[in-house]
Design a protein. Sequence first.
Length: 278
Amino acid sequence: MHYGLALPLSGIDGSIERLVDYACAAEAAGWDGVFLEDYLVYWEGTQVTFDPWLALTAIAMRTSRIRLGITVVPLPVRQPWKVAREAVTLDHLSQGRLILGCGLGDLQDSYFGENSDLKQRGAMLDEGLTVLAGLLSGEPFSYQGTYYQVRPLTFRPAPLQQPRIPIWIGGFWPRRAPARRAARWDGFCPAKLSTNGEFEPFTPAEIAAIRSFLLTERASLDGFDLVAGGISPHDPLQARTQAQQFTEAGATWWIEFVQLASSNAQELLQHIQQGPPA
Protein backbone atom coordinates (compact mmCIF):
# COMPACT_ATOMS: atom_id res chain seq x y z
CA MET A 1 0.00 0.00 0.00
CA HIS A 2 1.15 3.51 -0.85
CA TYR A 3 -0.17 6.56 0.99
CA GLY A 4 -0.96 9.89 -0.60
CA LEU A 5 -2.49 13.24 0.28
CA ALA A 6 -5.09 15.03 -1.84
CA LEU A 7 -4.30 18.68 -1.16
CA PRO A 8 -6.81 21.46 -1.94
CA LEU A 9 -6.45 23.24 -5.28
CA SER A 10 -7.50 26.40 -3.44
CA GLY A 11 -4.15 26.36 -1.60
CA ILE A 12 -3.74 26.53 2.16
CA ASP A 13 -5.91 29.41 3.37
CA GLY A 14 -5.73 30.67 -0.21
CA SER A 15 -1.93 30.53 -0.36
CA ILE A 16 -0.14 28.63 -3.13
CA GLU A 17 3.17 29.08 -1.27
CA ARG A 18 1.80 27.27 1.78
CA LEU A 19 0.41 24.53 -0.44
CA VAL A 20 3.93 23.86 -1.70
CA ASP A 21 5.27 23.99 1.88
CA TYR A 22 2.70 21.40 2.99
CA ALA A 23 3.64 19.10 0.11
CA CYS A 24 7.27 19.33 1.21
CA ALA A 25 6.19 18.51 4.76
CA ALA A 26 4.39 15.46 3.42
CA GLU A 27 7.57 14.17 1.81
CA ALA A 28 9.53 14.74 5.01
CA ALA A 29 6.89 12.85 7.01
CA GLY A 30 7.02 9.77 4.80
CA TRP A 31 3.94 10.13 2.60
CA ASP A 32 4.30 8.52 -0.83
CA GLY A 33 2.39 11.00 -2.99
CA VAL A 34 0.66 14.36 -3.20
CA PHE A 35 -2.29 14.78 -5.54
CA LEU A 36 -4.16 17.79 -6.86
CA GLU A 37 -7.48 17.93 -8.67
CA ASP A 38 -7.87 19.77 -11.98
CA TYR A 39 -10.50 22.50 -11.96
CA LEU A 40 -10.67 25.89 -13.62
CA VAL A 41 -13.14 27.07 -10.97
CA TYR A 42 -12.82 25.05 -7.79
CA TRP A 43 -15.96 23.80 -6.02
CA GLU A 44 -18.61 25.89 -7.72
CA GLY A 45 -16.60 29.09 -7.60
CA THR A 46 -16.66 29.41 -3.82
CA GLN A 47 -12.90 29.17 -3.38
CA VAL A 48 -9.64 30.45 -4.83
CA THR A 49 -8.34 28.19 -7.62
CA PHE A 50 -4.74 27.55 -8.68
CA ASP A 51 -3.38 25.67 -11.68
CA PRO A 52 -2.40 22.09 -10.77
CA TRP A 53 0.39 21.81 -13.35
CA LEU A 54 2.20 24.90 -12.12
CA ALA A 55 1.63 23.94 -8.48
CA LEU A 56 3.04 20.44 -9.03
CA THR A 57 6.00 21.92 -10.90
CA ALA A 58 6.80 24.10 -7.87
CA ILE A 59 6.48 21.02 -5.63
CA ALA A 60 8.73 19.01 -7.95
CA MET A 61 11.46 21.64 -7.65
CA ARG A 62 11.47 21.36 -3.84
CA THR A 63 11.10 17.60 -3.39
CA SER A 64 13.03 14.55 -4.54
CA ARG A 65 11.07 11.40 -3.68
CA ILE A 66 7.33 11.91 -3.36
CA ARG A 67 5.09 11.00 -6.31
CA LEU A 68 3.13 13.86 -7.93
CA GLY A 69 -0.33 13.27 -9.35
CA ILE A 70 -3.39 14.91 -10.88
CA THR A 71 -6.75 13.28 -10.15
CA VAL A 72 -8.09 13.81 -12.66
CA VAL A 73 -7.51 15.82 -15.85
CA PRO A 74 -10.89 16.36 -17.60
CA LEU A 75 -9.40 15.33 -20.93
CA PRO A 76 -12.50 15.97 -23.09
CA VAL A 77 -12.28 19.69 -22.26
CA ARG A 78 -8.49 19.94 -22.52
CA GLN A 79 -6.31 19.61 -25.62
CA PRO A 80 -4.66 16.14 -25.46
CA TRP A 81 -1.47 17.45 -27.12
CA LYS A 82 -1.20 20.26 -24.58
CA VAL A 83 -1.72 17.79 -21.73
CA ALA A 84 0.96 15.56 -23.30
CA ARG A 85 3.44 18.43 -23.46
CA GLU A 86 2.72 19.45 -19.85
CA ALA A 87 2.97 15.85 -18.66
CA VAL A 88 6.28 15.07 -20.31
CA THR A 89 7.76 18.34 -19.05
CA LEU A 90 6.68 17.66 -15.48
CA ASP A 91 7.89 14.06 -15.76
CA HIS A 92 11.37 15.34 -16.64
CA LEU A 93 11.39 18.09 -14.01
CA SER A 94 10.37 15.59 -11.32
CA GLN A 95 12.81 12.91 -12.49
CA GLY A 96 10.00 10.50 -13.35
CA ARG A 97 7.57 10.98 -10.45
CA LEU A 98 4.37 11.96 -12.27
CA ILE A 99 1.10 9.99 -12.14
CA LEU A 100 -1.45 11.24 -14.66
CA GLY A 101 -5.14 10.74 -13.93
CA CYS A 102 -7.74 11.36 -16.64
CA GLY A 103 -11.52 11.31 -16.71
CA LEU A 104 -14.70 12.83 -18.13
CA GLY A 105 -14.50 15.87 -15.88
CA ASP A 106 -16.90 17.40 -13.40
CA LEU A 107 -19.92 19.08 -14.99
CA GLN A 108 -20.02 21.58 -12.13
CA ASP A 109 -16.80 23.05 -13.56
CA SER A 110 -18.54 24.15 -16.77
CA TYR A 111 -18.43 27.91 -17.10
CA PHE A 112 -17.00 28.36 -20.59
CA GLY A 113 -19.33 26.51 -22.92
CA GLU A 114 -17.82 23.04 -22.45
CA ASN A 115 -19.57 20.03 -23.93
CA SER A 116 -21.87 18.60 -21.24
CA ASP A 117 -23.03 15.46 -23.09
CA LEU A 118 -21.57 12.58 -21.07
CA LYS A 119 -21.78 10.03 -23.90
CA GLN A 120 -19.89 12.35 -26.22
CA ARG A 121 -17.41 13.17 -23.48
CA GLY A 122 -16.80 9.44 -23.07
CA ALA A 123 -16.01 9.05 -26.76
CA MET A 124 -13.74 12.11 -26.63
CA LEU A 125 -11.98 10.70 -23.57
CA ASP A 126 -11.22 7.41 -25.31
CA GLU A 127 -9.89 9.18 -28.39
CA GLY A 128 -7.98 11.65 -26.24
CA LEU A 129 -6.30 8.85 -24.29
CA THR A 130 -5.19 7.22 -27.54
CA VAL A 131 -3.73 10.52 -28.71
CA LEU A 132 -2.11 11.15 -25.33
CA ALA A 133 -0.45 7.73 -25.21
CA GLY A 134 0.68 7.98 -28.82
CA LEU A 135 2.31 11.36 -28.31
CA LEU A 136 3.98 10.24 -25.08
CA SER A 137 5.43 7.12 -26.73
CA GLY A 138 8.35 9.00 -28.24
CA GLU A 139 7.67 7.12 -31.48
CA PRO A 140 6.26 8.33 -34.83
CA PHE A 141 2.53 8.88 -34.40
CA SER A 142 -0.48 10.10 -36.33
CA TYR A 143 -4.21 9.88 -35.71
CA GLN A 144 -7.46 10.46 -37.55
CA GLY A 145 -10.51 10.24 -35.32
CA THR A 146 -13.94 11.75 -34.97
CA TYR A 147 -12.84 14.41 -32.51
CA TYR A 148 -9.05 14.60 -32.86
CA GLN A 149 -6.64 14.57 -35.78
CA VAL A 150 -2.85 14.49 -35.52
CA ARG A 151 -0.58 14.85 -38.52
CA PRO A 152 2.46 12.50 -38.53
CA LEU A 153 5.09 13.56 -36.01
CA THR A 154 7.35 12.33 -33.24
CA PHE A 155 6.69 14.10 -29.95
CA ARG A 156 10.05 14.66 -28.22
CA PRO A 157 11.38 14.23 -25.65
CA ALA A 158 9.91 10.94 -24.53
CA PRO A 159 9.00 10.70 -20.84
CA LEU A 160 11.61 9.42 -18.41
CA GLN A 161 9.12 6.83 -17.18
CA GLN A 162 8.85 3.83 -19.46
CA PRO A 163 6.91 2.24 -21.02
CA ARG A 164 4.88 5.37 -20.19
CA ILE A 165 3.82 7.80 -17.50
CA PRO A 166 1.24 5.86 -15.42
CA ILE A 167 -2.27 6.77 -16.55
CA TRP A 168 -5.07 6.32 -14.02
CA ILE A 169 -8.72 6.61 -14.99
CA GLY A 170 -11.21 8.30 -12.71
CA GLY A 171 -14.93 7.55 -12.68
CA PHE A 172 -17.95 6.63 -10.63
CA TRP A 173 -18.64 3.16 -9.33
CA PRO A 174 -20.85 1.07 -9.61
CA ARG A 175 -21.03 2.33 -13.20
CA ARG A 176 -19.14 -0.25 -15.23
CA ALA A 177 -17.92 1.89 -18.15
CA PRO A 178 -15.24 3.81 -16.17
CA ALA A 179 -13.87 0.59 -14.68
CA ARG A 180 -13.75 -1.06 -18.10
CA ARG A 181 -11.92 1.96 -19.45
CA ALA A 182 -9.49 1.92 -16.51
CA ALA A 183 -8.73 -1.76 -17.10
CA ARG A 184 -7.11 -0.77 -20.40
CA TRP A 185 -4.69 1.58 -18.65
CA ASP A 186 -2.59 1.61 -15.47
CA GLY A 187 -4.95 2.32 -12.60
CA PHE A 188 -8.46 3.12 -11.41
CA CYS A 189 -9.32 6.02 -9.14
CA PRO A 190 -13.02 5.41 -8.39
CA ALA A 191 -15.51 7.74 -6.72
CA LYS A 192 -18.94 7.10 -5.21
CA LEU A 193 -21.99 9.31 -4.81
CA SER A 194 -24.61 8.90 -2.11
CA THR A 195 -28.32 8.87 -2.92
CA ASN A 196 -28.44 12.63 -2.32
CA GLY A 197 -25.58 13.28 -4.72
CA GLU A 198 -22.81 13.81 -2.16
CA PHE A 199 -19.41 12.16 -2.36
CA GLU A 200 -18.96 9.37 0.17
CA PRO A 201 -16.11 6.94 0.93
CA PHE A 202 -15.91 3.36 -0.20
CA THR A 203 -15.96 0.42 2.17
CA PRO A 204 -13.27 -2.26 1.93
CA ALA A 205 -15.93 -4.65 0.60
CA GLU A 206 -16.71 -2.25 -2.23
CA ILE A 207 -13.02 -1.94 -3.12
CA ALA A 208 -12.82 -5.75 -3.17
CA ALA A 209 -15.81 -5.83 -5.54
CA ILE A 210 -14.12 -3.33 -7.84
CA ARG A 211 -10.97 -5.43 -7.84
CA SER A 212 -12.96 -8.54 -8.74
CA PHE A 213 -14.63 -6.72 -11.62
CA LEU A 214 -11.30 -5.46 -12.92
CA LEU A 215 -10.02 -9.04 -12.96
CA THR A 216 -12.86 -9.93 -15.34
CA GLU A 217 -11.62 -7.20 -17.69
CA ARG A 218 -7.87 -7.89 -17.68
CA ALA A 219 -5.79 -11.01 -17.18
CA SER A 220 -3.74 -9.68 -14.28
CA LEU A 221 -3.60 -6.74 -11.91
CA ASP A 222 0.19 -6.89 -11.63
CA GLY A 223 1.47 -3.34 -11.95
CA PHE A 224 -2.09 -1.98 -11.86
CA ASP A 225 -3.13 0.54 -9.18
CA LEU A 226 -6.49 0.56 -7.43
CA VAL A 227 -7.05 3.70 -5.37
CA ALA A 228 -9.12 4.02 -2.21
CA GLY A 229 -9.60 7.41 -0.62
CA GLY A 230 -11.18 9.07 2.34
CA ILE A 231 -10.38 10.44 5.77
CA SER A 232 -8.50 8.32 8.28
CA PRO A 233 -9.67 8.10 11.90
CA HIS A 234 -7.76 10.39 14.28
CA ASP A 235 -6.84 7.45 16.50
CA PRO A 236 -3.59 5.95 15.08
CA LEU A 237 -4.59 2.36 15.87
CA GLN A 238 -7.96 2.77 14.14
CA ALA A 239 -6.24 4.42 11.18
CA ARG A 240 -3.81 1.50 10.85
CA THR A 241 -6.66 -0.98 11.13
CA GLN A 242 -8.59 0.79 8.37
CA ALA A 243 -5.50 0.90 6.14
CA GLN A 244 -4.97 -2.82 6.65
CA GLN A 245 -8.58 -3.55 5.67
CA PHE A 246 -8.21 -1.66 2.41
CA THR A 247 -4.89 -3.37 1.73
CA GLU A 248 -6.52 -6.77 2.17
CA ALA A 249 -9.36 -5.66 -0.14
CA GLY A 250 -6.83 -5.05 -2.91
CA ALA A 251 -6.20 -1.30 -2.86
CA THR A 252 -2.65 -0.28 -3.76
CA TRP A 253 -3.04 3.40 -2.80
CA TRP A 254 -4.80 5.13 0.07
CA ILE A 255 -5.28 8.83 -0.71
CA GLU A 256 -6.17 10.95 2.29
CA PHE A 257 -8.60 13.78 1.54
CA VAL A 258 -7.57 17.08 3.08
CA GLN A 259 -10.50 19.24 4.15
CA LEU A 260 -9.64 22.66 5.46
CA ALA A 261 -13.29 23.25 6.30
CA SER A 262 -13.03 20.76 9.14
CA SER A 263 -9.65 21.77 10.52
CA ASN A 264 -7.47 24.85 10.59
CA ALA A 265 -4.21 25.09 8.70
CA GLN A 266 -2.03 24.35 11.74
CA GLU A 267 -4.02 21.22 12.62
CA LEU A 268 -3.72 20.11 9.01
CA LEU A 269 0.05 20.55 9.09
CA GLN A 270 0.26 18.52 12.30
CA HIS A 271 -1.80 15.75 10.68
CA ILE A 272 0.55 15.69 7.70
CA GLN A 273 3.61 15.64 9.94
CA GLN A 274 2.28 12.60 11.82
CA GLY A 275 2.85 10.64 8.63
CA PRO A 276 0.70 8.09 6.81
CA PRO A 277 -1.66 5.68 8.63
CA ALA A 278 0.63 2.66 8.47
